[in-house]
Design a binder for this molecule. Structure first.
Ligand code: PRP
Ligand code: URA
Length: 212
């Protein structure tokens, strides 16, 4: 894969440990859900190094000091349905007051083409840093279209975060949207003939919600 400036692959030992358990087909739905959330929280810390801070005056027991806080209401979370829902609590652990929008995308099983079926966003989303989240980045079609949909609705600062990604998906998103940082916990080998990531973890939505 070409080295792209807007792609960040985490190589954190704790993430590697958790991803190893996540991939295991014998991991229960409960544990799978918890791991997705925990990995998301670690990734959120890492990907927010450039978050906007505003100065505030704080009175300690000893004196008044200028400190810096994340600007109120400056972050929104947008999961790509369904599987992105599993990551929302992980971001909320870091930004408990972040409003949540939803984008519904499904991949046609034969063509692998994404289709948008739902979009509901917080009213003032164009002024926020938007965390677009989906555990799986395979062909990149869903993420590319979801980012385009957010831009069309006025979003200017978007960060995309995925847990497992295939190289072609990362490349597609990063090249189509060079202004969007793409954060990936783990870069996998390739896609199989059905568009599933290898070694991957299977269907993230089904494993999160027990639908298969
Ligand atoms: C999965 C996954 C991504 C998409 C990735 O969703 O959660 O949204 O596939 O594939 P792509 O990069 O090739 O577009 P899916 O369409 O299976 O829907 P679901 O989350 O409702 O199961
Ligand atoms: N969506 C998934 O849930 N898993 C994959 O491997 C690819 C797309």
């Amino acid at each position: 894969m070409e080295k792209l400036k807007n792609v960040f692959v985490f190589d954190h030992p704790l993430i590697r440990h958790k991803v190893a358990i996540l991939r295991d087909k014998n991991t229960s739905m409960k544990e799978f859900r918890e791991l997705i959330e925990e990995i998301t929280t670690i990734m959120t810390y890492e990907s927010m190094r450039d978050v906007e801070l505003v100065p505030v005056q704080v009175e300690t027991p000893l004196e008044v000091t200028t400190q810096y806080k994340v600007a109120d209401d400056s972050v929104a979370i947008v999961p790509i349905l369904r599987a992105g829902l599993g990551m929302v609590n992980g971001v909320h652990k870091v930004f408990p007051t972040a409003k949540v929008g939803h984008i519904g995308m499904y991949r046609d099983e034969d063509t692998l083409e994404p289709h948008e079926y739902y979009c509901k966003l917080p009213e003032d989303i164009e002024h926020k840093t938007v965390f677009l989240i989906d555990p799986m980045l395979a062909t990149g079609g869903s993420a590319c279209d979801a980012i385009a949909a957010l831009k069309q609705r006025g979003c200017k600062k978007i960060k995309f975060m995925a847990i497992i990604a295939a190289p072609q998906g990362v490349e597609k998103v990063a090249l189509a949207h060079p202004d969007v940082p793409v954060y990936v916990s783990t870069l996998d080998r390739c896609l199989n003939e059905n568009g599933y990531i290898l070694p991957g973890l299977g269907d993230a939505g089904d494993r999160l919600f027990g639908t298969k």
